[in-house]
Design a protein around this ligand. Structure first.
Ligand code: DGJ
Length: 729
C-alpha cells in the first residue's frame, strides 16, 4: 500500500520507490496543508513542517489575524479571495457576484488501480502499479466541493495530481480559475527550468533563478504552442544531470495553460499548474462536475537526468496507448519537403518505387491531395480527393504503393476551414469568430468551431470516410494555426468563456473516435511542426512531429529539449535534403541520419532527386535504424554533452535496461584546431560489466568508461557525427 493515513497525526503519506509526499490536516477547520515532497521518508512524523506551532495566526488560536494565517500557511490547494494573496488554484464567481471560498477537508477515499478520466487524456495503471487518494474538500458557504486527486505510481516514482469540482450548491456558479496542482515549499535557491521557442525552434531549454515575484510560462493560443511548453522544473542552484534536487510538473493538456512559480515575503515558493484563467469562465450548474486535466509530478534527488528517465518510463508505461508504443515504426518517406503542393500520382509512385528499393517502408502523402488545394491559401474543409492530381483516385494510388510492399499514410488538417472553400461558402458560421467582427486570418485559414457537435461530426466523417476508402495505415493530423477571435455561433453569452476548453475537449473526442474506429492506425500528431507536442496528444498518438525544422544541427537543440521530458520513441524525426529548407545549411547525409535516429526515423525528401552518394547511403541508414531502434525506443536516456550549452558538440546515450548494450551519438558541430580527440565520460553503464566498443580492439569495464571516459577522435570538418556502440562481453 503506497498511501497511508496516520489518524493520530492527521497526516497522509504517499510513497513511491524513492519519494514521499505528505499532506496534513490542521486546526478545527481542517485546513489541508502541504507538509513535504522529496526523498523517501521512513518516518511519517513530519507534521511540524507545517509550522502550526510557530504560527501565531492559526484561526482557532487567533481569529483576529486569519488573513495572516491564510497568507503564510503551506496550502495543498489554495483558494482565492479570503486572505491568501499568493497565486490561488481556484476562484469562483457566484450568482451574487461574490468570489471568495475556502476548501476544507471533509473525507477521503483510497483505492487501487487507476483508469483515465472520461473525456480527458490522463495516466492509467493497474492495481499493482498505482494507488489513488481522493480527498474531498468543501466550501461550507457555497456548497462547492473539490476532490483532490492523487495517483501514486510507486514503481516509476511519479505522483499525478488533479482536481474535480462538484457544485453541491443550489445555484450555478462560475469557475473562473481551476488549476490542477500546487506545491508550496521553502525556497532552496531554486532555478526554474522551462522550454521556450518559436516556429521551427521549439522546446529550447531555459533556466532562470527564482526570485521574489512571479515567473510564469503560459499559452493563451488555444494550443500548448511553439512558444512555451506546459512544463516547469525547479532545480536546486547547482543541480546537474546527475546531482541536485529537481521538482517537476508537466501538464497532460493541449490547450491554454499556465505554470508559475512565485517566491513570497517569507521566502517560500509556490508552484502552480493548470488551465490558463484568461478568457476562462465555466458555468457549473447545481450537481454538475468539472474535471480538471492531470499534472504529472516528478521529484529527483539525482539531478535532471533522473527526472528525464522517470518521465520517459512513465509516459511509455502509463500514458501512451497505441499498439505501436512498443513496436518499431515503419520507416516512412513523406513528400512535403520533396514536392510541397506540386505532385500527382506518377510522381508519388516514382518516389515510392525508388524508396521501396532502398528499404523505406511507408509513403506518406502530405498536404495538397484534396479539393482545390494547389497552395496553402485554400480548400481546407473540402476533404474530397483531387482527381486531377491523383488520377485513378486514392485507392488506386494506395494499392500501387501497397504492391511495392509499402504501407500508405495520409495527411489531414481536420480542425481548419479556408475562407476559399466550398465548406466556408456553405457554412461561414462554422468558423470560430466574434459575431459582427471579421476574424483574423492565420496562414489564410480559420479554425472550425468544433465545440458544435455537427461541425465535429462533419470534420470527423471527412477523415473517417477517406480512411474507410483505402488501405491507409498512418495519419498525420496537423493543425497550422492558433486560435483567436474567440466566439461561437452556438454558445450562449454566459458560456463563451468555455470555448477554449471545449475546443480542446472536442479535439480529444475526435481523436478518441478515430483510434476506436481504426485501432490499428498509426497516428502522428503535428501542429505546424511541434506546436502541440504535449502529453495530452501523446495519449492518442505514440509519436508527434517535433518541428518543421529538419536541419540536423537545429534539431540537436530541439530534440535535446524535447527529450528532457519525452521518450525518444515519441519524437518524429526525418532525414531531409540540403541545403536545408529552413536554414539553408548543408550537413553530411550521414549526420542527418544519426540525428534522425534519436526519433521515429524517416525521410522527407525526393529520393529520386538527391545526389547519388546520399541515395546510396540510405540502405545503410535503414539497417542502422533496424539495428538500434529497439534500444533507442526502450532504453534509458543519458545526456552527456549539450551543443546548446557548449556550442561545439553534442552527445547523448541510450542504455538498455539490463545494461548489456548502449549506444552513444556524438555530433561535432564545429571543429576546433588542435583538438585531436575529446574525452567523454560515458553514463548509465554497469561499472562491474565489461564492454567492447564496436569496430575497436580491446575491452573496458563500465567503471573506467564512466569514471575515466573514452577518447572520441575528432572527425575532420564541421557537422560530423559518429555512433559509439557498446555491448557486454
Ligand atoms: C506543417 C507540418 O509541420 C508540415 O510537416 C507539413 O505537413 C505542412 N504543415 C503542410 O501544410
Amino acid at each position: 500500500m503506497s498511501i497511508s493515513l496516520y489518524e493520530k497525526e492527521q497526516l497522509f503519506k504517499l510513497d513511491t520507490k524513492n519519494t514521499s509526499y505528505v499532506i496534513g490536516i490542521v486546526d478545527e477547520e481542517k485546513f489541508l496543508g502541504h507538509v513535504y515532497y522529496g526523498a523517501k521518508l521512513k518516518d511519517h512524523h513530519a507534521g511540524y513542517l507545517m509550522r502550526v506551532n510557530e504560527n501565531p495566526f492559526v484561526p482557532s488560536k487567533n481569529n483576529r489575524d486569519r488573513v495572516s494565517f491564510l497568507d503564510s500557511f503551506a496550502m495543498e490547494y489554495p483558494a482565492h479571495g479570503l486572505g491568501d494573496y499568493r497565486e490561488s488554484c481556484i476562484s469562483i464567481r457566484t450568482m451574487q457576484g461574490n468570489v471568495g471560498l475556502s476548501l476544507n477537508y471533509v473525507s477521503h477515499k483510497i483505492t487501487e488501480g487507476k483508469t483515465s478520466f472520461r473525456n480527458l487524456p490522463s495516466s492509467f495503471g493497474s492495481r499493482e502499479d498505482c494507488s489513488v487518494l481522493e480527498i474531498l474538500c468543501e466550501d461550507k458557504t457555497t456548497g462547492l466541493q473539490a476532490v483532490l486527486q492523487y495517483g501514486v505510481f510507486e514503481d516509476v516514482d511519479v505522483i499525478t495530481r488533479s482536481v474535480k469540482v462538484i457544485n453541491e450548491g443550489e445555484e450555478p456558479v462560475y469557475l473562473t480559475k481551476v488549476y490542477s496542482a500546487c506545491l508550496d515549499m521553502d525556497n532552496k535557491d531554486f532555478e526554474a527550468i522551462s522550454l521556450h521557442g518559436s516556429w521551427a525552434r521549439e522546446r529550447q531549454i531555459q533556466s532562470v533563478p527564482v526570485s521574489h515575484g512571479k515567473y510564469s510560462v503560459e499559452s493563451i493560443r488555444g494550443e500548448s504552442s511553439h512558444q512555451d511548453h506546459p512544463f516547469m522544473a525547479l532545480k536546486t542552484k547547482n543541480a546537474t544531470q546527475e546531482t541536485g534536487e529537481v521538482y517537476a510538473m508537466h501538464f497532460v493538456y493541449s490547450g491554454n495553460f499556465k505554470v508559475q512559480v512565485q517566491a513570497d515575503q517569507f521566502d517560500q515558493v509556490r508552484m502552480v499548474m493548470g488551465i490558463h484563467p484568461t478568457d476562462f469562465a465555466w458555468r457549473l450548474e447545481s450537481k454538475e462536475e468539472f474535471q480538471a486535466p492531470e499534472v504529472v509530478m516528478v521529484y529527483s534527488d539525482k539531478g535532471l537526468g533522473q527526472m528525464t528517465r522517470t518521465f520517459h518510463d512513465f509516459y511509455r508505461k502509463h500514458l501512451i496507448r497505441s499498439e505501436y508504443k512498443n513496436k518499431k515504426r515503419p520507416i516512412l518517406i513523406n513528400n512535403w519537403e520533396a514536392t510541397y503542393f506540386d505532385f500527382n500520382t506518377d510522381k508519388l509512385i516514382s518516389i515510392a518505387k525508388q524508396a521501396s528499393e532502398l528499404g523505406i517502408e511507408m509513403l506518406v502523402m502530405d498536404d495538397g491531395w484534396f479539393g482545390n488545394r494547389y497552395d496553402d491559401n485554400r480548400a481546407l474543409g473540402d476533404w474530397f480527393v483531387n482527381e486531377e492530381k491523383l488520377k485513378g483516385g486514392l485507392k488506386y494510388l494506395v494499392d500501387e504503393v501497397n504492391k511495392l510492399g509499402m504501407k500508405f499514410g495520409i495527411w489531414f488538417e481536420p480542425e481548419m476551414i479556408s475562407p476559399d472553400s466550398d465548406l466556408y461558402r456553405e457554412h461561414p458560421d462554422w468558423a470560430i469568430a466574434i459575431p459582427g467582427r471579421e476574424a483574423s486570418l492565420c496562414r489564410n485559414q480559420y479554425v472550425l468551431d468544433l465545440t458544435r457537435q455537427k461541425v465535429r461530426d462533419y470534420a470527423y466523417e471527412c477523415v473517417a470516410k477517406i480512411l474507410r476508402s483505402a488501405n491507409i495505415e498512418y495519419v498525420k493530423w496537423d493543425m497550422n494555426r492558433q486560435l483567436s477571435d474567440i466566439g461561437s455561433a452556438e454558445l450562449p453569452a454566459d458560456r463563451m468563456g468555455e470555448l477554449y476548453h471545449r475546443y480542446v475537449l472536442a479535439v480529444y473526442e475526435m481523436q478518441e473516435r478515430l483510434i476506436q474506429e481504426f485501432p490499428h492506425l498509426l497516428l502522428e500528431n503535428c501542429s505546424g511542426g511541434g506546436a502541440r507536442f504535449d502529453p495530452g496528444m501523446l495519449y492518442f498518438s505514440p509519436q508527434i512531429w517535433c518541428s518543421d525544422d529538419t536541419d540536423a544541427i537545429e534539431r540537436l537543440k530541439i530534440q535535446e529539449g524535447t527529450a528532457l521530458i519525452y521518450p525518444l520513441s515519441s519524437m518524429g524525426a526525418h532525414v531531409s535534403d540540403c541545403p536545408n529548407h529552413t536554414v539553408g545549411r548543408v550537413t553530411p547525409f550521414e549526420t542527418r541520419g544519426y540525428v534522425a535516429l534519436a526519433g521515429t526515423f524517416g525521410y522527407e525528401l525526393d529520393v529520386t532527386k538527391i545526389p547519388e552518394e546520399d541515395r546510396e547511403m540510405i540502405p545503410e541508414q535503414v539497417a542502422m535504424y533496424h539495428k538500434y531502434n529497439d534500444l533507442v525506443r526502450e532504453g534509458d536516456y543519458y545526456r552527456i554533452a549539450s551543443y546548446a550549452e557548449n556550442h561545439y558538440f553534442d552527445c547523448y546515450g541510450v542504455v538498455s535496461k539490463d545494461k548489456k548494450e548502449a549506444l552513444y551519438t556524438f555530433v561535432q558541430v564545429l571543429n576546433r584546431p588542435n583538438y585531436h580527440s575529446r574525452r567523454l565520460q560515458l553514463k548509465g553503464l554497469d561499472p562491474e560489466k565489461v564492454y567492447e566498443i564496436e569496430g575497436e580492439e580491446g575491452t573496458y569495464t563500465g567503471e573506467i568508461l564512466m569514471k575515466a571516459g573514452i577518447n572520441i577522435q575528432n572527425p575532420w570538418g564541421d557537422f560530423k557525427g559518429k555512433l559509439i556502440h557498446l555491448t557486454e562481453v
